[in-house]
Design a protein around this ligand. Structure first.
Ligand code: NAP
Length: 438
């Protein structure tokens, strides 16, 4: 018997559990830990609430989670409730699949002003992550600035631009829907420090901006490189750039029948935020691209703005005792190996890149590596030993069955047409799961 502990129940965690099942069948026991009482990580709190089809992948994880040799151990924080060293005593392999839940910060003046947020905070707010549910962003301003040219910037801009009707069928949480309904934002500026050929936005996501009910994307024609240079791009990027070309046909100066303008500002990097307690403006520096890098030109201009969301990437949370690569913002590892018996996978291994599906080969690869490292079982105690420790520490563990009760309660509380209304605090989740009754 092999005993595997997976820390984190998001895509990387469950693909690893699935791969372990495939590799060892009945000869493995897998415990999937999560600090929250609810599983699926980024699927629940990262993927945009209006992208329900992407969230459908959780049904695949559910199949793994409900099989005999895999169990979910929720509401346990590895690193504080239980240490990594303790897990390593109990399990043949410990795999860190903790993702990258913290914002990379913009180290510029005014970044600590009110209403300047990182995307982990802002996305967590509209997705009901307990840590960010009380963020309470002020949406009473006319202009919002979104920093970054990736898919998260697109998610944030789209969520800010949608009408209430467009959230039908989504699982956006009630507090966010209420705030967005009252939003006064009518101009969203997306700052991209490089040019149209350097965006990280995928065509499907970028294309959604073109069909919003009451918002219009605007690109300045002068920012676009000659059309023939698009041939150097890979097919996906070429499609994205074609969309920017299409959006450049939306005349910015004409009175638009649409309420919200989503303006792409290329070759533009934030240099500072100003405001008295709360942000009221962004100083932007013009850039040019040299050897693929954005370089400041010294030319600056101001955008009056009352909300800033910085979508410039994420960092993994360090765990005491685990080597960490500070510069890269993830665990120090060689192809997923950290130390004997300790591994990492997904964003915790490679940083915040790729789609949900990218984590599948990652999970399978790490299990191959573990299989090569632990040829047979080592006689460790596995879940039996963990349960004794949890009892001794009086940990209030949430099981997958508890989660199913939480989910049933969320489905029962849904607005008409919505799949669920999420609990946004840990105490309510635990109460709905009835962990104490089991
Ligand atoms: P990302 O794709 O890496 O984009 C980050 C953006 O921030 C880049 O445009 C980058 O510019 C910019 N940036 C970084 N540091 C900056 C700085 N100091 N100042 C100004 N701009 C800066 O990251 P993401 O948008 O957070 O997405 C993370 C991953 O999740 C990606 O793989 C993404 O595709 C995925 N995702 C997918 C979906 C979907 O498929 N629907 C949705 C959301 C996220 P440079 O390129 O110049 O560095």
């Amino acid at each position: 018997m092999r005993h595997i502990a997976i820390v984190g129940s998001g895509p990387a965690g469950y693909y690893t559990a699935e791969a372990a099942q495939k590799m060892w069948s009945d000869d493995v026991r897998v415990d999937v830990f999560d600090a929250l009482p609810v599983p699926f990580g980024l699927i629940r709190t990262g993927v945009a609430p209006d992208h329900q089809s992407i969230k459908g992948v959780s049904r695949r994880y559910e199949k793994v989670a409900t099989s005999d040799n895999v169990r979910f151990v929720g509401n346990v924080t590895i690193g504080s409730d239980v240490t990594i060293a303790e897990l390593q005593e109990l399990y043949d392999a410990v795999v860190l699949a903790t993702g990258a839940p913290n914002d990379r910060t913009l180290a510029i003046a005014g970044a600590d002003l009110d209403n300047v947020f990182g995307s982990a905070e802002f996305v967590g707010w509209y997705n009901g992550h307990p840590k960010f549910a009380a963020l309470d962003p002020d949406l009473s301003c006319k202009t919002a600035v979104v920093v970054g040219a990736g898919n998260v910037a697109l998610d944030v801009a789209r969520i800010l631009a949608k009408t209430e009707e467009e959230f039908a069928g989504s699982d956006i949480v009630g507090h966010a829907l209420d705030a967005l309904r009252d939003s006064a934002i009518e101009r969203i500026v997306i700052l991209s420090r490089r040019g149209p050929h350097d965006i990280q936005m995928t065509p499907k996501e970028l294309g959604e901006l073109g069909s919003l009910q009451d918002a219009m994307p605007i690109v300045e024609q002068g920012d676009l490189p000659p059309v023939e240079t698009d041939e150097t791009l890979d097919p996906g990027s070429r499609k994205s750039v074609q969309l920017l070309r299409d959006y450049s046909q939306n005349a910015p100066d004409e009175v638009s029948p649409k309420r919200v303008r989503i303006e792409f500002d290329f070759f533009a990097s934030p240099a500072g935020f100003s405001g008295d307690g709360k942000v009221s403006g962004v100083t932007v520096e013009r850039t040019r691209v040299e050897d693929g890098r954005a370089v400041g030109t010294g030319e600056t201009y101001e955008i009056p703005a009352g909300l800033v969301v910085s979508c410039i990437g994420y960092r993994t949370s360090p765990i005491p005792g685990v080597p960490f690569d500070e510069r890269a913002g993830r665990f120090a590892n060689v192809e997923g190996s950290i130390q004997p018996g300790l591994y990492c996978v997904g964003w915790a291994r490679r940083g915040p890149s790729g789609t949900i599906g990218t984590n599948r080969p990652d999970g399978y690869a790490i299990v191959e590596r573990i299989a090569a490292d632990i040829e047979g079982g080592s006689g460790k105690m596995g879940r039996e030993g963990f349960d004794a420790l949890a009892e001794q520490r009086e940990l209030d563990i949430v099981t997958f069955r508890d989660w199913q009760r939480i989910e049933e309660a969320e489905i029962a509380a849904a607005r008409v047409g919505a799949p669920r209304e999420k609990f946004v605090d840990v105490a309510s989740m635990i109460a709905a799961g009835g962990a104490a009754q089991d």
